[in-house]
Ligand binder design. Structure first.
Ligand code: FES
Ligand code: FES
Length: 153
């Protein structure tokens, strides 16, 4: 079957099998920032934004995103022009192995797009579906709060 999506502002037509998981299709199409962690909705490594909402791509069939807009970390920024969240994660030491980082960045982006001035509890709540084995979360939360401040100024 064919589906029509917009990924990182680019309109695309994908050929997918009816049972294909969105995570698998995204990775096949080259969006390697989207990670496979648990495959059952528990870890958040596969997080993408669908129409601006943080969602787990391992829990969606590709056919369910027909006509929707998908955002992955590939669109956030790059080494020379990093998004404030990316800069803050690096500055705060919020990235270690990096496996959780794309999902963390996108869940954080969804939060800051909706609430530019979150408090620590709101950041914790927004990230409670994203697991990190390395950092202990303190630095990640600090990074999101720093990015929020930077984006407001
Ligand atoms: S791979 Fe999707 S939530 Fe873990
Ligand atoms: S930085 Fe390693 S899982 Fe989060």
């Amino acid at each position: 079957m064919e589906i029509h999506v917009e990924v990182n502002h680019k309109p695309l037509v994908w050929k997918v099998n009816p049972g294909e998981i969105l995570l698998d299709v995204l990775r096949r199409e080259g969006y390697k920032s989207v990670k496979f962690g648990c495959g059952q909705g528990d870890c958040g490594a596969c997080t993408v934004l669908i129409d601006g909402q943080s969602m787990r791509s391992c829990l969606l069939l590709a056919g369910q995103v027909e006509g929707r807009s998908i955002t992955t970390v590939e669109s956030l920024g790059n080494h020379d022009d990093a998004h404030p969240l990316q800069s803050s994660f690096v500055e705060c030491g919020a990235v270690q192995c990096g496996y959780c980082t794309p999902g963390m960045l996108l869940s954080s982006k969804a939060l800051l797009d909706e609430n530019p001035e979150p408090d620590e509890d709101q950041v914790r709540e927004a990230l409670d579906g994203n697991l990190c084995r390395c950092t202990g979360y303190k630095k990640i939360i600090e990074a999101v709060l720093r990015a929020a401040e930077r984006m407001r100024s």
